[in-house]
Design a protein around this ligand. Structure first.
Ligand code: PGA
Length: 251
């Protein structure tokens, strides 16, 4: 018998909310989430609100993370933020390779791999995102594309403790559309096999999140699927009631 994987429900706030919104949302989540909730809740606010949100979450069961980082620990990189700074701000996690970073900033998998390595160097957990576009799915290439992204984005030394993988089909993000359950199961099974081949038992135990239009009304079904060990939630993580309802669906 293998140890059951503890689910992770991660909220990616993206570029939303001003300071008071961030503090209010964090306080509501901190009050609502019990320490023994069955899973782990994580929020990833915009950089300027990390300290404020961290203070609101202090002593609660909700973890703090960031949405991106630079590959270097410090230096002349105007506008960038290092994983060491993120760690010092009280974060435990960093999202890397989100499809919005890949699309808006031209981030390739080789850069994502380097960022994940930098996250590990700082002692934090990397959430490595992968996912196909609609055209790639329609062309029957989804498994191949995600397999390729995974192979190129995962750093050597990835373990179940320092890395989480998030499958986010680009066409499902912010659209209200989700894949068929069978397609999620197929993709997560494919990723599990790839990760097990690359990382052995660590790949078997790594948490695999599904992301893309997860809402309170579809969370229970998605979270019950084979090899789905949690969710990466965008829009619905901005409302405390919705995000708590999704969190409850994992237990
Ligand atoms: P969504 O975003 O839940 O708004 O679809 C998910 C994500 O991009 O992480």
């Amino acid at each position: 018998m293998t140890t059951p994987i503890r689910p992770l429900i991660a909220g990616n706030w993206k570029m939303n909310g001003l300071r008071a919104d961030a503090a209010g949302l964090a306080a509501a989540l901190a009050a609502a989430v019990p320490a023994d909730g069955g899973g782990e809740m994580l929020v990833c606010p915009p950089f300027p609100w990390l300290a404020e949100v961290g203070a609101a979450l202090d002593g609660s069961a909700v973890a703090l993370g960031a949405q991106d980082c630079h590959v270097a620990p410090k230096g002349a990189h105007t506008g960038d933020v290092s994983a060491a700074m993120i760690a010092d701000a009280g974060c435990a996690y960093v999202i890397v390779g989100h499809s919005e970073r890949r699309a808006d900033h031209g981030e390739a998998s080789t850069l994502v791999e380097a960022k994940a390595g930098a996250v590990h160097q700082a002692g934090l957990v990397a959430i490595v995102c992968v996912g196909e576009t609609e055209a790639e799915r329609d062309a029957g290439q989804a498994l191949e594309v995600v397999g390729r992204q995974l192979a190129a984005s995962m750093p050597a030394g990835a373990t179940a403790a320092n890395t989480v993988v998030a499958y986010e089909p680009v066409w499902a993000i912010g659209t209200g559309r989700t894949p068929q359950s069978a397609d999620i199961v197929e993709m997560h099974g494919h990723m599990r096999a790839r990760l097990a081949a690359a990382f052995g038992g660590q790949g078997q135990a790594m948490r695999l999140l599904y992301g893309g239009s997860v809402k309170p009304d579809n969370a229970a079904e998605i979270l019950a699927l084979a090899d789905v060990n949690g969710a990466l939630v965008g829009g619905a993580s901005l409302k405390a009631d919705d995000f708590v309802a999704i969190f409850r669906a994992c237990s």
